[in-house]
Write a protein that binds this ligand. Structure first.
Ligand code: CP
Length: 327
């Protein structure tokens, strides 16, 4: 890969969400990720590592379960030459009553170059960024934001569509509890896409319509899917709900599960996305999950390129430096 010609840098020292990023920031991440896409896709074994961030340490602190985000951050960091340490939550002193801030200060005292944090508390990454002087990367905070998911989703959409502007994107499912929906709404509307939110009334709060005039809501799946360029299905976040809204998976699937027949109302080249983990027979049928215009595994693959890009941009020389108390 040729060296960068321009001193490309983000306006932010942390990646806390999509909301604080400018259009230029997002375009820079996507352009950088595109350079890494071919390396990720190449079937060369062993995978050649870059030494761009050689000697730097990344700590992954996941206080909630994860497969895709944690593993792809680890692979991304390794491909850039970084050393990676995973905090094993079940074996950590957080189990002995240590506060989150004390755990993070302890990790920071070991001088990592960046911390990737997932936590069930909305706003935790921003709180930590105020108290540390290492870059914090938000890997999902409660119902707030999941910025690398929205960035990899945008990269995947742009693999299939020439531009985000003017696209009709239906986001269907448990919108209210979804940090993926929130980050995608911010990103897609910054680029002029129309977002149609759809879900059962208790999962579809009105607040999201205030984000942008480009956002609308409907309780009817057929209405959301009509003319859609992109259909983004979401997991029902049972772990964030107080009680079960539906008697069974079957009942939810009957009203809000995506089936092949729904796709006839979408545009003929519409793609189906899902951030994962998917639940076949609840959010979508197996036939939809596996059909040719499902890009769910492309999203996973693009996660590595996007996470390489954000690590590159936040940690390479010339990146803005965080300072405790500044965020
Ligand atoms: N999409 C997503 O965040 O998946 P994981 O929970 O497996 O990281």
């Amino acid at each position: 890969m040729p060296p960068r010609k321009t001193a490309a840098r983000l306006s932010q020292p942390h990646l806390l969400g999509i909301e604080p990023l400018s259009v230029d920031d997002i375009e820079l991440v996507l352009a950088t990720a595109r350079k890494y896409q071919t390396r990720v896709a190449a079937e060369i074994r062993p995978v050649p590592r870059l030494d761009l961030l050689k000697g730097k340490n990344l700590v992954l602190a996941f206080f909630e379960p994860s497969t895709r985000t944690r593993v792809s951050f680890e692979i991304a960091a390794q491909r850039l030459g970084m050393d990676v340490v995973n905090l094993a939550l079940e074996a950590s002193s957080a189990q002995k009553g240590e506060s989150l801030l004390d755990t993070i200060k302890t990790l920071v005292a070991m001088r990592p170059d960046a911390l990737v944090v997932r936590h069930r508390g909305s706003g935790v990454p921003r709180f930590l960024a105020r108290h540390t002087n290492v870059p914090i990367l938000n890997a999902g905070d409660g119902t707030h934001e999941h910025p690398t998911q929205a960035l990899l989703d945008a990269l995947t959409i742009l693999d299939h569509k020439p531009s985000l502007a003017g696209l009709r994107v239906a986001i269907i499912g448990d919108i209210g509890h979804s940090r993926v929906a929130r980050s995608n709404i911010h990103l897609l509307t910054k680029f002029g896409a129309h977002v149609v939110l759809c879900g059962p009334p208790p999962m579809l709060p009105k607040t999201f319509e205030c984000f942008s005039p480009l956002v609308e809501r409907t309780y009817r799946m057929e209405e959301a899917i009509a003319g859609a360029d992109v259909i983004m299905m979401l997991r029902v976040q049972l772990e964030r709900q107080r009680g079960h809204l539906f008697a069974s998976d079957n009942e939810y699937f009957r009203f809000y599960g995506l089936r092949l027949e729904h796709l006839q109302a979408a545009r003929p080249d519409a793609i189906v996305m899902h951030p994962g983990p998917i639940n076949r027979g609840r959010e979508l049928s197996s036939e939809v999950a596996d059909f040719p215009r499902s890009v769910i595994l492309n999203q996973v693959e693009n996660g590595i390129a996007v996470r390489m890009a954000v690590l590159d941009l936040l940690l390479a020389s010339g990146a803005p430096k965080p300072s405790a108390g500044a965020s």
